[in-house]
Design a protein around this ligand. Structure first.
Ligand code: GRF
Length: 217
């Protein structure tokens, strides 16, 4: 039987990509990363993939005159690998509706906040400024609403009194590298699905916040 195929889209350092590469190599689940596709050349994430022999592609958004043309090329490249799952791992482009619809139900994203709080950028700073006692990270299915699709897993971490943006980001990122491989595992094992716009685990709808994991540090 052929393994489930995962295409990972990146724009940068690729620490989440690395966590998924490691999980596959440690056989935490049976799957193949068939391609790593970046919209930026020369990023660390591409090196991480090349270091373990994963095929890489660059589709430089700067070479396209519109978002639609860029996304059309992305679709052409992605579909060339026939992935079962598309993983956005720090892919910093806003996607067109056509792109999202094409992979709906088989595209995941990770966002560094407890969605629906703090969509968009600078999430750690915003959580600090709001005086939140908890912060975290969310893996969700991608729908047309930016950072708005059904939530699969959330890791909740405490905000400590002496936190600054860097310490809080570090605490959140440690959890990213746990929950993203877990979400991918559940998906490729057929346990995590999007059914009628709802994230389901083992056929049961998850609560709005997804499967929430509380981390004490
Ligand atoms: C992560 O913080 C993720 O939550 C956000 O982009 C960042 C990607 O980091 N979507 P990396 O490239 O995986 O290191």
């Amino acid at each position: 039987m052929s393994l489930p195929r995962i295409a990972v889209l990146i724009s940068g350092s690729g620490t989440n990509l690395q966590a998924i590469i490691d999980a596959v190599r440690e056989r935490q689940f049976e799957a193949e990363i068939c391609a790593v596709i970046s919209n930026r050349p020369d990023v660390k994430g591409l090196e991480r993939a090349e270091a373990v022999g994963i095929e890489t592609r660059v589709v430089d958004h700067k070479a396209f005159t519109s978002r639609e043309l860029f996304d059309a090329e992305m679709i052409r490249v992605i579909d060339g690998y026939a992935p079962d799952l598309v993983v956005l791992a720090g892919f910093m482009r806003i996607l067109t509706p056509d792109f999202v619809r094409r992979y709906e139900g088989r595209m995941l994203n990770i966002h560094p906040s407890l969605l629906p709080k703090y969509r968009g950028l600078h999430t750690h700073q915003r959580a600090l400024e709001a005086g939140d006692s908890e912060h975290g990270v969310t893996v969700h299915f991608v729908t047309e609403e930016l950072d708005g699709g059904p939530l699969a897993i959330q890791a909740v971490v405490p905000v400590l009194n002496d936190d600054d943006e860097a310490t809080l980001a570090k605490r959140v990122q440690a959890q990213e590298h746990i929950i993203y491989p877990l979400a991918v595992k559940w998906f490729v094992e057929g346990r995590l699905q999007m059914i009628n716009g709802t994230a389901c685990l083992d056929g049961q709808p998850l609560p709005a916040e997804g499967c929430q994991l509380h981390m004490d540090r």
